[in-house]
Ligand binder design. Sequence first.
Ligand code: OKP
Ligand code: ZN
Length: 335
Amino acid sequence: MKTFFHPDQLLHAPVQELHNGGFVPFAEVPARAAAILAAVGDPVLPRDAGMAPIAAVHDGDYLAFLQVAHRDWLAAGRHGDAHGYAWPVVRRRALSLDRIDARLGRFSMDASTPIAPGSWTSAYWGAQSALGALGAVLGGDPAAFALCRPPGHHAGRDYLGGYCFLNNAAIAAEAATAAGRRVAILDVDYHHGNGTQDIFWDRGDVFFASIHADPRTDYPFFWGHADEVGERAGAGATLNLPLPQGTDWTQYRPALDRALSAIRAFGADLMVVSFGADTFAGDPISQFRIETADYRAMARQIAAAGMPMLVVMEGGYAVDALGANVAAFLEGMGG
Ligand code: OKP
Ligand code: ZN
């Protein structure tokens, strides 16, 4: 299976993040991508498909903000990485505000996603990697792997969050839909893919299924509860399967069966898998108990759905085990 990756995806390197009341070293490090590459071999460089497929998912004012955010942060006399600290949660209005802190609040959903000098460039090429891998699948490859870093599934149409800036899975799903495919997104990251859910919330043409830690105990808290099923044309096209902390493979497998049955019932002919290896027992920020060998079984079960597969990298923070976990998953997908 081809891996798509661009070296500029390593530029994004924030120093620290706000965690449980203090600053800790940033978990979503460039070494994650290096560890995956060391395990899966040389990648294919994505071609540059430009802004159009990204702008088909994200709002223009958000994309414009992302490109200048760190520059404007420095111009305001700040140092280091850009963080928001005030959010328009109550009685939102479409205010056009200039101050960098106001724009950071307007275009983000949390304080754990610092913007560093290379963030836009890395996010841009991450999205291009997803589009490159989609191209391989549309061209006839049974499966392809987009080594997206930074990840994407927490980012919505007009907000960043959860280490994510551009929603790589959604960008690929939208492009696949435009190419005439009936797309299901299966999100098996430890965290709920709130951004992906939000983007397709009221649409019936893309199915979104997610298996994740119960948001009553885990980030992102406000989304991913079992009663969230989509609205309007999208009513019933969102499926959330929250599981308790401590879940192992034997407890995970029935949820995966449910998600795959729903995807089959939807009649999907292409699957985008938002794959996070942060369900791993040794993950430093997560509380499931999936083991390395289980990823092979998980991917085999998904591949048995019998449709073209686009695997998009999301989380996974046990850097020493990340290469082996991703390699096991891709092997189960058919290598
Ligand atoms: C991204 B992905 C603050 C705690 C919350 C955000 C977790 C983002 C996970 N440090 N951190 O879904 O793997
Ligand atoms: Zn995650």
